[in-house]
Design a protein around this ligand. Structure first.
Ligand code: GLV
Length: 349
């Protein structure tokens, strides 16, 4: 293929398993070498003139960035969440945005359950106790050493009954738990899950796991008022998105001993700033946003994001599109945008 005719694509990071290598012949591919995400101005420079952007959830694909790349035909994010992409602007511009739903459901549910159990049974604290040499002959087995909370047979409240929330509920059923569920738009409850109002869920759950998307309605969903409903000694887990649980209120509830523990994989600010009060909160298990981080799942996510990218560059419908309304051939905004770029009036298929 004549190299000049190859579409230009910028990838903001290499993907696991050398997934991008297969693309080098067919694309003029530039891969940000890292470490970390490119700074916004670097991203804007790199993507100007590109036909495709392969990005991660750490890259802000906002209105100014989209305005600076008139040639862009597809954004493919190697993530299920797309709250880092301005979907409304992309749709107006007629740009389909790809994401990777489905493949990370079980892996993220595994992590939520791991955090729940680690917080309930104080695993990080126990690990430190052994490593730091506190497990001495004088303290070889003590009746009150590291007493935690029973998971088996207790009650779990699942906030958000989408795919991941349901997968966590299934795990809980294997642990003989009573499972309560709450969803912003109440629908048919999954088998074995009692759907209840949010306040009732919080009042009755010894464990709560958060699985709603971050939207204007869910930011601060669990603030001081809601955390105060939790029974004394409860454990809260959030693997969804930062900002849904009020971090100041969470630290306060842990410090006061009202919550026995918590597990977080997501934060208001990522990475967590070194002076974050979360770092000193008792009973809190922290993970660095690794919900989907298994070899198999990240490999599958890389494959899906490449399939989305290829389809978008070929003008075909993305296998997994986060803004399917972009394909609405009757969208006047989409048609105007395509016309202004000198394209035919046909929406991307
Ligand atoms: C992870 O948080 C994702 O959205 O893929």
């Amino acid at each position: 293929m004549d190299s000049d005719s190859r579409p230009r694509v910028f990838a903001t990071r290499s993907l696991p398993g050398g997934a991008l290598e297969a693309l080098t012949g067919e694309l003029e591919l530039e891969v940000w070498p890292g470490p970390g995400a490119p700074a916004p101005e670097v991203l804007a420079r790199a993507v100007a003139g590109a036909a495709g952007l392969l990005c991660l959830l750490t890259d802000r694909v906002d209105a100014p960035l989209l305005a600076s790349c008139p040639e862009l035909r597809v954004v493919s994010s190697c993530s299920v969440g797309v709250d880092h992409v301005d979907l409304a602007v992309a749709t107006r511009r007629g740009i389909p945005v790809g994401h990777t739903p489905g493949v990370l459901t079980e892996t993220t549910a595994d992590l939520a359950f791991s955090l729940l159990m680690a917080a309930a049974r104080r695993i990080p604290e126990a690990d430190r106790f052994v490593r730091e040499g506190h497990w001495t002959p004088a303290r070889s087995w003590e009746p009150d050493l590291m007493l935690g909370r029973d998971v088996y047979g207790s009650t779990l409240g699942v906030i958000g009954l989408g795919a991941i929330g349901r997968a966590v509920a299934r795990r809980a059923q294997g642990f003989g738990m009573r499972v309560l569920g709450w969803n912003r738009t109440p629908g048919k409850a999954p088998p074995g899950v009692e759907q209840v109002p949010l306040d009732a869920l919080l009042r009755q759950s010894a464990f709560v796991s958060v699985h709603v998307a971050r939207t204007d309605e869910t930011i601060g969903l669990l603030g001081p008022r809601e955390l105060a409903f939790l029974p004394s000694g409860a454990v809260l887990v959030n693997t969804a998105r930062g900002g849904i649980v009020d971090e100041v209120a969470l630290v306060e509830a842990l410090r006061s001993g009202r919550l026995a523990g918590a597990g977080l994989d997501v934060y208001e600010q990522e990475p967590l700033p070194p002076d974050s009060p979360l770092l000193a909160a008792p009973g809190l298990v922290l993970a660095p946003h690794i919900g989907s981080a298994s070899v198999a799942t990240r490999t599958r996510m890389a494959e899906l994001s490449i399939a989305n990218l290829r389809a978008g560059l070929a003008g075909e419908r993305l296998p997994h599109c986060a803004n399917p309304e972009v394909y609405d051939a009757h969208s006047e905004e989409g048609q105007r945008a395509r016309k202004s770029r000198g394209e035919t009036t046909r929406a991307p298929r």
